[in-house]
Design a protein around this ligand. Structure first.
Ligand SMILES: [Zn+2]
Ligand SMILES: [Zn+2]
Length: 235
């Protein structure tokens, strides 16, 4: 009885985007959830949006130069309102936006099985400047939803990439080589790297290489959104 009384006193969950009554799952109303920029046709390996794709379709980049990670899963294109929510998390530390994005990502990877999650780390100097790592905020929510351990210490970023918004994928890859280091015991066999946005995939490639060198056998990338390269804000 007390539970029911307390439930009646609590405000009904409201949609994060339009304030209409929300479903409990992801703090969105059904209409807003339907209108999200779902990724649609994409490369099976790296998630690059494609005009059309069937299961097993690979983009030109994956055909020519297969990435070191084993699969990338991203539910959304980097488009409104997902881009705005990611900006709110990243630049204003809006934790409600982080929780919503984390829940949406957790829903998108339901059924995937990995042994440990790793947020893509920020360089310590960048972390001090920003005060938090947005990938770690997402990772915490996904790990909680999937009851999977996560580790934000063993994979370290030891070099920052210069912020060249217009640099090519090849340049980004060169800049990021050796940007990550492993400082822990051997990781479990199956792991996932968590990030907010994947653009050129250079960051994901470099971090996946570090995890595989450390001993991981299967590395998935779980990110909220995928932008079509090369016009990148993030990597
Ligand atoms: Zn809504
Ligand atoms: Zn691809």
């Amino acid at each position: 009885m007390w539970t029911r009384i307390v439930q009646n006193l609590l405000p009904a969950p409201r949609c994060h985007l339009c304030q209409a009554p929300a479903t409990a799952v992801a703090a969105l109303c059904p209409a807003c959830a339907r209108d999200l920029p779902w990724l649609g046709a994409a490369c099976t390996h790296c998630g690059l949006p494609l005009a059309s794709a069937e299961e097993g379709t690979l983009c030109g980049t994956c055909l020519a130069d297969p990435p070191p990670f084993d699969q990338a899963l991203m539910p959304f294109r980097y488009a409104p309102p997902i881009d705005r929510l990611i900006g709110a998390l990243k630049f204003r530390h809006d934790l409600a936006a982080g929780t919503l994005l984390g829940q949406l990502l957790a829903n998108a990877v339901a059924g995937r099985t990995v042994d440990c999650l790793f947020p893509v780390p920020l360089h310590p100097a960048r972390l001090r400047e920003r005060g938090f790592n947005q990938a770690a905020e997402l990772c915490r929510v996904v790990a909680g939803a999937h009851d999977t351990p996560w580790d934000s210490h063993s994979l370290q970023r030891i070099r920052t990439a210069p912020t060249q918004h217009t640099s090519s994928r090849r340049e980004r890859l060169r800049n990021l080589r050796g940007a990550f280091a492993w400082q822990g015991s051997t990781p479990p066999a199956r792991v996932a790297l968590i990030d907010d946005v994947m653009t050129t995939g250079a960051t994901a490639r470099a971090a996946a290489v570090a995890l595989k060198r450390a001993g991981a056998e299967w590395v998935e990338i779980w990110a909220v959104a995928r932008t079509p390269p090369p016009h990148s804000r993030n990597v």
